[in-house]
Design a protein around this ligand. Sequence first.
Ligand SMILES: NC(=O)c1ccc[n+]([C@@H]2O[C@H](COP(=O)([O-])OP(=O)(O)OC[C@H]3O[C@@H](n4cnc5c(N)ncnc54)[C@H](O)[C@@H]3O)[C@@H](O)[C@H]2O)c1
Ligand SMILES: O=c1[nH]cnc2c1ncn2[C@@H]1O[C@H](CO)[C@@H](O)[C@H]1O
Ligand SMILES: N[C@@H](CCS)C(=O)O
Length: 411
Amino acid sequence: MTEKELIESGNMKMDWARNHMPVLAIVRKKFEEEKPLKGMKVGMALHVEAKTAVLVETLAAGGAEVAITGCNPLSTQDDVSLALGTRKNICCFARYGVESQEYYEAIDRVLDIKPDITIDDGADLIFKLHTERTDLLPNILGGCEETTTGVHRLHAMEKEGALKMAVIAVNDAMTKYLFDNRYGTGQSAWDGINRTTNLLVAGKNVVVAGYGWCGRGVAMRASGLGANVIVTEVDPVRALEARMDGYRVMKMADAAKLGEIFVTTTGNRDILTAEHFKSMPDGAILANSGHFNVEIDMEALASLAKSTRTVRHNIKEYDIGGRRINVIAEGRLVNLAAGDGHPAEVMDMSFANQALCVRYIAENKLPNGVHKVPLELDTFVARMKLQSMGITIDELTTTQECYMSGWECGT
Ligand SMILES: NC(=O)c1ccc[n+]([C@@H]2O[C@H](COP(=O)([O-])OP(=O)(O)OC[C@H]3O[C@@H](n4cnc5c(N)ncnc54)[C@H](O)[C@@H]3O)[C@@H](O)[C@H]2O)c1
Ligand SMILES: O=c1[nH]cnc2c1ncn2[C@@H]1O[C@H](CO)[C@@H](O)[C@H]1O
Ligand SMILES: N[C@@H](CCS)C(=O)O
C-alpha cells in the first residue's frame, strides 16, 4: 500500500471505532467545549490502533499536545499510526515489528516533548522516566496506568520508595477491569487465536493459566465455544471459584499432558516451561494474553527445538523431537499481536476513564504515589454506558435509603 492508502485505511478504522465509543464521545464533546487540557502536553505509550487513536484525538480535542508510541513491539497498526500523525497537535512514533532499541528510542522521543501528564500501558514510559530521564520528573503532574501488570510495577516502586510521581491506576476502576479484562480479553483473545489458527475450539482441551479477570473471561468464552476447560491457579480462592464455575482445576504439570490449546493470563513469568513443553501432546497450540511475553518460556522452547518453521501467518512451529509445539505471535499478547485488540465498546469505557483521569490530574494536585480512580468518575462512566445502551435502572426511594442505612428493623 502507498502511504496515502495506508492513511486512508487508518482513517477508516478510526471512524469505525469512534462510531462505537459513545461514552468517549460524550467526554470529547465536553473537552471540545471546555478545553480542560489547554497548554498541557501528554506523553503516551499504548497499543497504537484505532481505539487508542480515538482516545488520542479526544485529548487533543481537549486542548492537549500529544506524543504517542507503542507499548508492545507487535501491537502497532501502521496505517493507524500514520493517520494519527497527520492530526494537528499529535505526533506518533509507533511502528509495527520494532526491535528493542527502536522501541525504547521511540519512548525517548515521546519524553522529548517534556510531558506534563503521562499515560502508560505496562509502565515502560514511567520506568524510563525514573531511570534515564529523571530530569523530566519535576515537570510531571501525574500519570495514568492502563493495565494490571503496570499497576503491579507501580505498587512495587511505591513500596521501595522509588515512585516519584502521582499515578492513577486506571486498570483498577470497576468500569475498566470488570469489562475490559474479563469480557474484552475473553472475546479478543479467542478472536486472535481463531483467526490465526482457523481451527475448531469445540471438543478441545483448553488450558487457561490464571483465573483472574482475564482468565475468567478466556475460560468463559472457551466454554461457550464448546471446549473442555482446565484452569491452573496458585491462589486457593480463585482455584475454588474456577472449580465451582464448572472447570477442572489442576497443576500445570498435569494440565500440560492434556491441553490442546494453552492460554496464559497470569501477568507472571515461567508459566509454561521446558518441563511442560516436553509433556504436551503433539500439535499443541500456545498463546499468551498477559501483558509481557514472559509467561511462555520462549528461550527454553527455542533451545529444545530441533527445528522451527512458520506454519501459518503468525504461527511458529517448534519441533522438539517427535512433538510439535505451535506458538502464536511469538508469545506476545495474542489479542493485539494476532488480532485487533478488544472490541470498541469495551475500550470505550477504559478510555473514557483514561480521558477523565487525565483531566483530573490536570485540575487537582495529587501527591506522589498510586491513586485510585475517583469513584464519581467510575460511576459516571457506568451511567453514560448504560445511557448509550438505552438502559434505565431503578433509584432508591428515601425510605429504602433510610432502611439500608439503619439497624432497627428486624424480623
Ligand atoms: N490481553 C489483554 O488485552 C489484557 C487485558 C487486560 C489485562 N491484561 C494483562 O493480563 C494479565 C492478567 O491480568 P488480570 O487483570 O487478569 O490479573 P489478575 O491479577 O486478576 O489475575 C491473574 C491471576 O493469575 C494467577 N497467577 C499468578 N501466578 C500464577 C501461576 N504461576 N500459575 C497460575 N496462576 C497464576 C493469580 O493468582 C491471579 O488469580 C496482566 O499481565 C495484565 O496486564 C491483558
Ligand atoms: O484494542 C486495544 N487497544 C488499546 N488497548 C487495548 C486493546 N485491547 C486491549 N488493550 C489494553 O491492553 C492492556 C494490556 O496491555 C489491557 O489492560 C487493555 O486495556
Ligand atoms: N501532526 C503533527 C506533527 C506530527 S509529529 C502536528 O501537526 O502537530
